[in-house]
Design a protein around this ligand. Structure first.
Ligand SMILES: Cc1cc2nc3c(=O)[nH]c(=O)nc-3n(C[C@H](O)[C@H](O)[C@H](O)COP(=O)(O)OP(=O)(O)OC[C@H]3O[C@@H](n4cnc5c(N)ncnc54)[C@H](O)[C@@H]3O)c2cc1C
Length: 364
């Protein structure tokens, strides 16, 4: 385990926000020479005093916005080992939590393991993808999860969860669980440290270290997402291959979203709001062009666009000109500027449509 004190997080979050953490702990991945290196680092973490004070887990930091310095320990998971397998019905990939989600898709396409290609080019690690149940172009990660292995950072127990036990929902899972009551360790730490607790759950329970994904043996493309089906049709592709689906999804994504190396962002900043039947019907009657998805889900991007925010900036934070759901760093912005912009957008959408937007990104 490598420990750095008073460490800049600028390179550890895709928004590129320049804040510091009191401490960053890098948990190393296993190697062929040292197959238990990751376990050894976790044991050291559990035995040390790091978990007595506020701590958080971070993958690539592509779903978070830091609004201030983090007065605790940021733990970065390093496990990247992977292996494949199959049985009569499925093929499987077991991957370390630190592996990039897109790298897992690339592997699956290379091996002709089917089902994950629609999740191409989503930034971030596969461990965090489980936490958020990432989704895109008609597929969610839960559709592929067989089991998740995690360490309970409070008891030290190593546990395997079935897909059902992960209780996946729209951009959520069991692993987002917040500890409701303050633990003994936290009370102890308050006596000795005056940490400023942020809105973020300062003591996540589960550290995911390995994920087993289940793939189909036969290719049946998921083309339920209209933009993907339309684009394939436009290109004259009636029966796409797995690689073609991956390529088209990747191109579609980057035609609409800011590339992290050019403009910082956290992808979709808000979740698509789900409203009750009566509200959905009333809004649809008033705005016939309004997109309405199954389950009375509205398009947050459309609502924001209607309030005139697309392409606008406030301070050094902006709304991406090609996708109103994405807030971005227009040049050296602070997390506070992003939060102020998000608040203004939220107020406008609430005022015009009576609908509350909740952030998908994690505000820290
Ligand atoms: C340009 C862009 C496009 C995006 N497009 C999409 C999209 O289409 N669909 C979508 O769903 N998301 C999208 N996102 C959001 C983001 O890519 C995903 O949420 C991603 O899974 C986050 O991965 P990460 O490693 O960066 O996680 P982080 O932001 O580092 O962490 C996210 C959460 O997971 C927790 N966490 C991280 N690692 C672990 C671990 N090993 N164990 C337990 N908890 C952990 C963190 O504590 C935090 O709560 C996009 C982001 C960007 C920047």
């Amino acid at each position: 385990m490598e420990i750095y004190d008073n460490y800049s997080l600028k390179g550890l979050n895709t928004f590129g926000i320049d804040v510091k953490a009191r401490r960053v702990a890098y948990l190393q991945g296993s190697t062929l020479d040292e197959p238990f290196r990751f376990r050894r680092d976790v044991e050291a973490l559990l035995k040390g005093d790091y978990l007595r004070h506020p701590y958080m887990l971070i993958g690539e930091g592509s779903n978070m916005v830091f609004t201030k310095d983090y007065e605790g320990t940021v733990i970065k998971v390093g496990e990247t080992a992977f292996h494949g397998g199959d049985d009569n019905n499925y093929k499987y990939l077991t991957v370390g939590a630190r592996m990039l989600t897109d790298e897992v898709v690339r592997l699956s396409v290379g091996y002709k393991y089917y089902g994950m290609e629609n999740l191409s080019a989503i930034p971030g690690t596969i461990g965090a993808a489980v936490v958020q149940n990432v989704g895109a172009y008609g597929v969610e990660l839960k559709d592929l999860v067989e089991t998740v292995e995690a360490v309970d950072l409070q008891s030290g127990e190593w546990r395997e969860f079935t897909c059902e036990e992960c209780t996946f929902g729209y951009r959520t899972s069991l692993f987002k669980e917040v500890e409701e009551t303050k633990s003994r360790r936290e009370k102890e730490s308050e006596n000795t440290f005056n940490f400023q607790l942020s809105t973020y759950n300062s003591r996540p329970r589960w550290l995911i270290w390995r994920v087993k994904l289940r793939f189909a043996k036969e290719f049946r493309p998921v083309l339920t997402y209209k933009a993907l089906a339309d684009e394939l049709q436009r290109r004259g592709i009636d029966e796409p291959s797995q690689q073609q689906v991956r390529d088209v999804v990747t191109e579609l994504r980057w035609s609409k979203l800011p590339r992290p190396e050019e403009h910082g962002s956290a992808g979709s900043f808000f979740k698509n709001p789900v409203v009750d039947e009566a509200t959905a019907a009333a809004l649809k009657a008033e705005y016939p062009d309004m997109p309405l998805y199954p389950g009375n889900k509205l398009s947050a991007g459309w609502l924001i666009d209607q309030c005139g925010w697309k392409g606008k900036t406030m301070g050094r934070a902006g709304v991406w000109p090609k996708q109103a759901l994405v807030l971005y760093n227009a040049g050296g912005c602070t997390g506070a500027e992003v939060a102020a912009l998000a608040k203004a957008i939220r107020q406008d959408v609430k005022h015009k449509f009576g609908v509350a937007l909740d952030p998908e990104a994690i505000i820290i």
